[in-house]
Write a new protein. Structure first.
Length: 288
C-alpha cells in the first residue's frame, strides 16, 4: 500500500514516516512531504502531490498549531486547519484515496468529569480549537473515505511541547515549573502511528479518539519522568494554573479522551501513559 504523509517535518509526521514502512498489519511505501513541499491551502498542489505519490492513503499531520497566535490571526488558522483539510478531502475523494486526518482533544472544553468519547458533543473554546473542529466537519462532508483521529498531549523526538521537552530540561539540571491542576494523557507519537497504520488497512471510516490510557497532571508527569531518569522529584515545582503565566488562548482543564471506537473496532493498542513514557526513554536513551 502506498502512503503520502503530509506535515512530515512535525513530530507526528516524522513518526508516521519512520514507522509506516514496518507497520505490523502490512507495510507502506511512504512518500513524505513537509510544508515547503506541499501547501495544504493549495488544492492544485494537493492534487499533484497525491497523484504523483500514487497514494492509496494520505496521512494528514499538517496543521496550524500555534494555539495562542491563532487568537490574533484566526483567518490563517481557519485557512490551514479548516479549508485545507476540506480541500484535501475533496482531492482524495475524487481519486478514491483514503484520508486519515488528525484533530485534537482541544475540541472539548475539559469540564466533563469523565473521559470524552466520540459521541460527546464538542465544545471548543479558542480559535485554534474551533478551527480544528471545523476541519473535522468540512473534511467529513467532502469525503466518505475519511478517518478523523483526535489526539492530544503528543510527544516524541525533537518535539517542542511540554511532554517532549521535560526530560531534556531535567537532564540539563533545570528545576521545572509544572501545572498541578490541568490533566491530560501524555501520548507518544509512535503509538499513534502504529494505530494509524492499522486503521488505514480497514474500511471503518469515521471518528476515533487515540490517546494513551490513564491520566495525570503535568506536575505529576514531570515528577514521574524525573524519577525514571534517576533524578529527584524535587526538581519539579508543582504550581496551580493561576500561578503560571497566563496564556492568551484557553486550554481545557481536563483533556481526557476515551478510545471507545478503537476499542469497539478491536484496534485499541494504546498503552497506559506510564508504559509509553518508559518505552520512550528506553528508545531515545539519555539524549532525547
Amino acid at each position: 500500500m502506498k502512503a503520502l504523509v503530509l506535515g512530515a517535518n512535525g513530530t507526528l509526521g516524522r513518526a508516521l514516516t519512520e514507522l509506516l514502512p514496518t507497520n505490523e498489519g502490512g507495510g507502506f511505501e511512504v512518500e513524505a512531504r513537509g510544508r515547503a513541499d506541499c501547501d495544504l491551502t493549495n488544492e492544485n498542489a494537493l492534487a499533484r502531490a497525491v497523484t504523483e505519490a500514487e497514494a492509496d492513503v494520505v496521512f494528514n499531520a499538517a496543521a496550524y498549531t500555534n494555539v495562542d497566535r491563532a487568537e490574533e490571526e484566526p483567518d490563517v488558522a481557519y485557512q490551514v486547519n479548516a479549508l485545507g483539510p476540506e480541500a484535501l478531502a475533496r482531492v482524495t475523494a475524487g481519486l478514491g484515496v483514503k484520508l486519515i486526518h488528525y484533530s485534537t482533544d482541544f475540541v472539548f472544553d475539559g469540564e466533563l468529569e469523565r473521559p470524552y468519547d466520540e459521541f460527546d458533543e464538542p465544545s471548543p473554546q479558542g480559535l485554534y480549537a474551533r478551527s480544528k473542529l471545523a476541519g473535522e466537519r468540512l473534511a467529513t462532508a467532502a469525503s466518505r473515505r475519511v478517518f478523523i483521529v483526535r489526539v492530544g498531549c503528543l510527544y516524541g523526538h525533537d518535539g517542542r511541547n511540554f511532554p517532549s521537552t521535560i526530560s531534556r530540561r531535567l537532564l540539563a539540571g533545570e528545576t521545572v515549573r509544572a501545572d498541578r491542576d490541568r490533566l491530560g494523557s501524555p501520548t507518544w507519537v509512535r503509538d499513534v502511528a502504529v494505530v494509524s497504520g492499522a486503521l488505514a488497512h480497514t474500511e471503518h471510516f469515521g471518528l476515533y479518539h487515540c490517546t494513551s490510557a490513564g491520566q495525570t497532571s503535568w506536575a505529576d508527569y514531570a515528577r514521574f519522568m524525573a524519577t525514571e531518569l534517576g533524578l529527584p522529584a524535587e526538581r519539579v515545582d508543582a504550581l496551580p494554573t493561576a500561578a503560571l503565566p497566563m496564556m492568551r488562548a484557553p486550554r481545557p482543564r481536563r483533556a481526557i479522551l476515551e478510545n471507545r471506537m478503537l476499542r469497539l473496532r478491536g484496534l485499541d493498542t494504546m498503552p497506559d501513559w506510564q508504559i509509553a513514557a518508559r518505552a520512550f526513554l528506553r528508545v531515545r536513551g539519555p539524549v532525547l
